[in-house]
Structure formats: structure tokens, C-alpha cells
Ligand binder design. Structure first.
Ligand SMILES: *Cc1c(COP(=O)(O)O)cnc(C)c1O
Length: 342
């Protein structure tokens, strides 16, 4: 048997009676879309995250896409983001017709470097999409301040950071809008695809709600062209149960990460640091080494999975080469050559 990167089944088995019961209830109710479970989950998750509004959508990718659309981002606009992330972050920008502008990351945190952000701002820049990568909060106070200075919209990609916070303020509560994913491998996960948009702005919340449901406020009133992007009742019911356990799940991740850090301290690996003021939720425990390939092979020999997130920064992907700005990003390139997650 191999120790996997993630065991989605284990969490289900621990909660099986409760989850089976609510799934049965949803099936019996016959209400599968836009029902009570979604409404209650949205309320409960908004309260947990300390935001005014939460809008369930079909995926994290959609949460990003609809957040950008709700902000009025479109063709001719530039949106700054990190090249060291999952492809969906930049895909969502391209969907709107806008151009992703990649800014390099910091050497140690894997996250967007606020000091390099200002240089990338042009008259076309409309928004910044930082990612709290691997569950570690990005330097959002600095990025937030820069957005205010340049009148840019801040959209957080929280797909990997559910429950992470800075001095008690949750990731997903800093930006005009934020996007979460409940994909099965994420910290808070459902049994398929799912996502969430959060905001404190009523107008943006309304627009996001309209966009996720075919552009209409009422069943036959279509205000604009929208999308079919709802978080369904089964997923919402499961998420309501798991939300009650997310602090425990994240605490377990933090304890395991602390154990790794303690026991790997003398190995020469570069380990992920986390200052006291931030609550890192270790979606991944990612280290750096010049000898990555040998270590991965040795782990594999002992039936221990590990994975390279991310083997190549997005500006190096052919699909973005004609669609992006930002090409000289040495920290991202060097990090992609040495990183691997345990
Ligand atoms: C998973 C992920 C997404 C996309 O979420 P999906 O629910 O898979 O669409 C976006 N951004 C980041 C950083 C992610 O890790």
C-alpha cells in the first residue's frame, strides 16, 4: 500500500452516518438545486468566514470567473496574478477576455511579491488576483494597500486556504470578492465539484447570484447572459456537516506540519516557515531541494507519495505565451525547479 497525497474516503468514513442521512434527506425531498441546504450553507459559511455574503457556485474556477465578471473585468483589461499557481487562476482571467499579467513570487513564501506588484501596474490594470498558495496567507495587507492606491479591484483566490487567517481575519474577507473551491482534495471539500464566492458588497453579491443562475433574478427574468453554475443541494448538505469539522481538520494539518518541520530540520531541505501572526492551514507541505528527483524516488521506493506543485510556472505554458504579460520571473522559475510537496 502506498501512503497517498490525500485520502478523500477517510473523511467520509469518519462522518458516514451523518452524511448518509443528509444525502438521503436531499434525495427524499426531491429538491436538488437552489434549496434550503444551499441557503443555510451560505449563511453558515459567511458567518464562519466573517463576511456579509457567500454565494455557492459549481467550482472554484467558476468562483474566480464569475467574480471577475461581477467586477466588470473584460476585453482590454489587465489582471495581475501569480505565475506560481494552479492553471485555473489564470484561465478564469482569460475567459473574460482580459490579459493575465504575471508578477513574480517571494523566494520563501511561494506567494505573490507585493514589492514587485507596483511595477506591473499600467493604465489598463483593473484587478489583482493573489493566491493564498498551499494554505499560507499571501501578504494581503500590503497588496490591499497597493490596490487602494491604484484603484484596483482585489479578488482573492482562496481555493487552497479555507480557514487560513491573518491575526484572526480570514482569507476570503479582505478582497472585494474572493473565490473558494471545494474540489475533493481541498481543505474543505465536497463529493465532486463545488465552489464559493464571498463578498461584503451587496451589489456584487447580487450580480454574482444572477450570473450563477442564467442571468436572472426570477425564473423568467433574464437580466444578462449568465451561466449554469450552482452549488447543488447534495454538495451543500455535505459541506454543512464538514464545515463543523474544518477547524479540527486544519488543526490536524498544522500539527502534522509541525512534526515534519521538527523532524526535517537537519536535512538541508528548505522548509515552509510561518510567522505567529498568520494561521497557515497547510493545504500542502511544500519544501525545496536541489536533489528533488532523488528524494522523490527514495520516497516512492518506500511507498510514500509526493508531488511537484507546480513543475512549471504559468508564463512558461504554451497556452499563455501569446495571452499574457510578464516573462522575466526568476523566483518562480527557480522555485518550480526545486519544489515538491509531501
Ligand atoms: C483548485 C484550485 C482552483 C480551481 O478550483 P476548482 O474547484 O478545481 O475549479 C483555483 N485556484 C487554485 C489555486 C486551486 O488550487
Amino acid at each position: 500500500m502506498k501512503i497517498p497525497m490525500v485520502d478523500s474516503r477517510a473523511q467520509y468514513l469518519a462522518l458516514k452516518p451523518e452524511i448518509d442521512q443528509v444525502m438521503q434527506q436531499v434525495c427524499d425531498s426531491g429538491q436538488f438545486i437552489l434549496g434550503e441546504n444551499l441557503q443555510q450553507f451560505e449563511q453558515e459559511v459567511a458567518e464562519y468566514l466573517g463576511v456579509s455574503y457567500a454565494i455557492g457556485v459549481a467550482s472554484g474556477t467558476d468562483a474566480l470567473h464569475l467574480s471577475l465578471l461581477a467586477s466588470g473585468i473584460g476585453a482590454g483589461d489587465e489582471v495581475i496574478t501569480t505565475p506560481f499557481t494552479f492553471i485555473a487562476t489564470a484561465e478564469a482571467i482569460v475567459y473574460t477576455g482580459a490579459t493575465p499579467v504575471f508578477v513574480d513570487i517571494e523566494p520563501r513564501t511561494f506567494n505573490l511579491d507585493p514589492d514587485k506588484l507596483a511595477q506591473a501596474v499600467t493604465p489598463k490594470t483593473r484587478a489583482v488576483v493573489p493566491v493564498h498558495l498551499f494554505g499560507k496567507p499571501v501578504n494581503i495587507p500590503a497588496i490591499s494597500q497597493l490596490c487602494k492606491q491604484h484603484d484596483l479591484i482585489l479578488i482573492e483566490d482562496c481555493a487552497q486556504s479555507f480557514g487560513a487567517h491573518i491575526n484572526g481575519k480570514m482569507t476570503g474577507s479582505f478582497g472585494e470578492l474572493s473565490a473558494f473551491s471545494f474540489y475533493p482534495s481541498k481543505n474543505l471539500s465536497c463529493f465532486g465539484d463545488g465552489g464559493l464566492i464571498t463578498t461584503n458588497n451587496l451589489q456584487l453579491a447580487d450580480t454574482a447570484r444572477i450570473l450563477r443562475n442564467h442571468g436572472g433574478k426570477t425564473p423568467n427574468g433574464h437580466h444578462r447572459i449568465g451561466y449554469n453554475s450552482r452549488l447543488d443541494e447534495l454538495q451543500a448538505a455535505i459541506l454543512r456537516i464538514k464545515l463543523r469539522h474544518i477547524d479540527t481538520y486544519n488543526q490536524q494539518r498544522r500539527e502534522i506540519a509541525a512534526r515534519y518541520s521538527q523532524n526535517l530540520a537537519e536535512t538541508g531541505l528548505e522548509l515552509p516557515g510561518t510567522p505567529d501572526y498568520e494561521h497557515h492551514v497547510f493545504h500542502q507541505y511544500t519544501v525545496l531541494s536541489e536533489n528533488r528527483e532523488e528524494i522523490i524516488a527514495a520516497l516512492d521506493h518506500h511507498h510514500i507519495a509526493s508531488k511537484v506543485y507546480y513543475p512549471s510556472p504559468l508564463h512558461r505554458h504554451s497556452v499563455f505565451q501569446k495571452k499574457c504579460r510578464g516573462v522575466d520571473l526568476p523566483v518562480s522559475v527557480a522555485t518550480a525547479e526545486k519544489c515538491f510537496s509531501l
